[in-house]
Design a protein around this ligand. Structure first.
Ligand SMILES: Cc1cc2nc3c(=O)[nH]c(=O)nc-3n(C[C@H](O)[C@H](O)[C@H](O)COP(=O)(O)OP(=O)(O)OC[C@H]3O[C@@H](n4cnc5c(N)ncnc54)[C@H](O)[C@@H]3O)c2cc1C
Length: 586
């Protein structure tokens, strides 16, 4: 991972000429006058941990797993939001930890938390480091030091229960590795966020992530059936049955807790049989409104494609849904629908301890060539069912909405009938293929845009269907008002029976202080979200950036509940201080 950008440097690409032209002619973007800092020149705070504390940390994990060098500290400074990258490019490493510690077991994590509580050393759990909300920048004041707890050595698939369709993982497993390990059993998690290449399972749970196939597989928090959490006060074991009436579900307290109560050291996740392949298609709608109405019909009456994404007019025009063909988007609103081809045959049961290495199965590729199973419904019957509205209200089955009722091609045919009924014009497989090719490449494009002098950043929210148009207008207007004449694009890619999320991408020429410029725009967008009745975040999380708005959403009683839980589990207040909750005064 690039320390001041995204991903594999080998995948970095030059900006295509149409994009350069668009930036220059439409937005007036000019190259920045100051070159980006080198890794060596990043300014870090003086390392503050005493030799005695460093020795004690080394006693728990081994001296080779306590890193205090410049590069390790730089690489664990903040996450990957655009302000994070801009600060790193400016050589500002003031949020760096004093040391990076890499435990290899739950017991080591628990021991480290006891030690850090005793010494009052702040602890930042560090998964893939892809937070975009300031979730990895601890507030240092009042602590003798800060440790980044890198979970990268907790990287095993511990077991697969093929009967219950539950797999147990350690938290540091990255998403592609999780898919590779499950593919050996004919299984998939189906969680494909844009940060797929680097983010970890623990980070997904801690930040309530949602992936590109959420319509079919659900959000990540829907997948979590059990958790083990090491807290400074002891261990929490949660989830002994899929559902329970035994009081409030404490799993929900850990999901989205962003490391402020403790460290997730094990996750038991619902898995699915891997499809033999995927089919993606493009549709054009005359307006965002018509396309949204079609999405709502699919979400409320079924059948849902596994991937469902609608770009607004601006995003369609720019062609952002097809990053390898920017500038060639066309008119109207592009909708991408993705469907699994039938699942593989029965998964092989196990318990596994040491999974065999198998070739990586990238999303979008067949996991195995095994025979399809599942009840066949003829294509015509499927279309008839959809058209007549008897397509199956999938939420009512208790099965996540992408499943049940339809299988394989029948789902595609039936969903297509709904899209056509709402005025969608079929564009065939090409737009879908282009989206699939570029689905993880936007973060690479962001690096090139930053280097060219454009700020590009995203923000997201969610609301009920009835409030969505107002929310959309309010956020757009706020961004336009704050930034002059930026490019503001939006898409919907997570839908529910009752509402959906809105995901905005903003491109604007960098001012002299681009961080302050974005903070101004973000504050305006946040205020608009709150005023229009949306949530401050649908899937990026709270971190430090959304803390104030989150407190307003919860209200004083809600905040008091979380503060009480934190005080009980983390009495020294060492866990990710300043993230999610403001620190107590005094
Ligand atoms: C380019 C880009 C695209 C993105 N696309 C998406 C997207 O499509 N969908 C989406 O949901 N998000 C997306 N994100 C946001 C980010 O990837 C998610 O929030 C993800 O869940 C973070 O996982 P991570 O492993 O990188 O966690 P980190 O960034 O390392 O940590 C996130 C937070 O969780 C805490 N944490 C991490 N691991 C643990 C643990 N084991 N126990 C307790 N606390 C822990 C950290 O302290 C931090 O507060 C994107 C980010 C980027 C940069």
């Amino acid at each position: 991972m690039l320390w001041s950008g995204w991903g594999d440097p080998a995948k970095a690409s030059e900006l295509p000429e149409p994009v350069r032209r668009l930036l220059r002619d439409l937005l007036g973007v000019r190259a920045p006058s100051v070159p980006a800092a080198s890794l060596e020149s990043v300014r870090l705070p003086e390392a503050a941990l005493t030799p005695a504390v460093l020795d004690a940390l080394a006693e728990v994990v081994g001296a080779e797993h306590v890193l205090t060098g410049h590069e390790a500290r730089v690489r664990h400074t903040r996450g990957k939001s655009t302000p994070d990258l801009l600060r790193m490019r400016a050589g500002d490493g003031c949020d760096a930890p004093d040391a990076v510690v890499l435990p290899a077991s739950h017991e080591e994590v628990a021991e480290l938390l006891r030690l850090c509580s005793r010494e009052r050393v702040a602890v930042v759990p560090f998964g893939g480091g892809t937070s975009v909300v300031g979730g990895l920048a601890a507030e240092r004041a009042g602590f003798p030091g800060v440790v980044a707890l890198d979970l990268g050595r907790l990287d095993r698939l511990r077991s697969v229960d093929a009967e219950s369709m539950v797999a147990e993982f350690e938290p540091g497993v990255r998403a592609p590795d999780a898919e590779r390990l499950l593919a050996a059993h004919g299984l998939t998690l189906g969680h494909f966020p844009q940060s797929f290449e680097y983010a970890t399972l623990g980070g997904f749970a801690a930040a309530r992530s949602s992936g590109q196939a959420s319509a079919g597989y659900g959000r990540f928090d829907d997948m979590v059936v059990g958790l083990t959490v090491a807290t400074p006060a002891g261990t929490l074991e949660l989830g002994r049955a899929p559902k329970s009436a035994a009081g409030p579900d404490l799993r929900q307290l850990v999901l989205g807790s962003e490391g402020v109560f403790g460290v997730i050291t094990s996750l038991r996740l619902r898995v699915r049989r891997a499809p033999v392949g995927w089919v993606y298609e493009g549709w054009r709608f005359a307006s965002f409104e018509r396309g949204s109405a079609a999405m709502r019909a699919l979400a409320q009456n079924g059948p849902l494609p596994a991937v469902l994404r609608l770009s607004d007019e601006t995003e369609t025009m720019v062609g952002l849904a097809k990053p390898d063909a920017i500038g060639s988007g066309g008119s109207g609103c592009l909708l991408i629908a993705g469907y699994e081809r039938a699942p593989t045959a029965e998964p092989e049961g196990v318990p596994v301890t040491e999974p065999e290495g198998v070739p990586v199965t990238a999303p979008g590729q067949a996991a195995s060539g095994k025979a399809a199973s599942g009840e066949a419904v003829s294509g015509k019957a499927g279309a008839r069912k959809a058209a007549s509205g008897e397509a199956g209200f999938e939420g009512a089955t208790g099965v996540p909405s992408g499943f049940g009722g339809f299988s394989g091609d029948d789902r595609r045919i039936a969903a297509s009938a709904v899209l056509a009924r709402f005025g969608g014009e079929p564009l065939g497989a090409e737009p879908g293929r282009a989206w699939e090719r570029g689905r993880f490449s936007a973060p690479y494009l962001r690096d090139s845009l930053l280097a060219a002098g454009a700020t590009v950043e995203t923000l997201e929210t969610a609301g009920f269907w009835a409030t969505l148009p107002r929310l959309y207008d309010a956020v757009r207007l706020a961004l336009l008002g704050a930034l002059g004449s930026p490019l503001v694009m939006c898409h919907v890619s997570h839908v529910y029976e009752t509402g959906a999320s809105l995901y905005f991408t903003v491109v604007t020429p960098q001012e002299d202080d681009p961080v302050a410029q974005w903070e101004r725009a973000k504050a305006a967008a946040n205020a608009a979200i709150v005023a229009a009745g949306g949530t401050i975040t649908h899937h990026h999380g709270v971190g430090r950036d959304h803390r104030g708005a989150y407190a307003a959403e919860l209200g004083p009683v809600g905040v008091a509940i979380l503060e009480a839980v934190k005080a009980r589990l983390d009495p020294a207040g060492i866990m990710n201080p300043g993230v999610l909750l403001s620190r107590p005064e005094g």
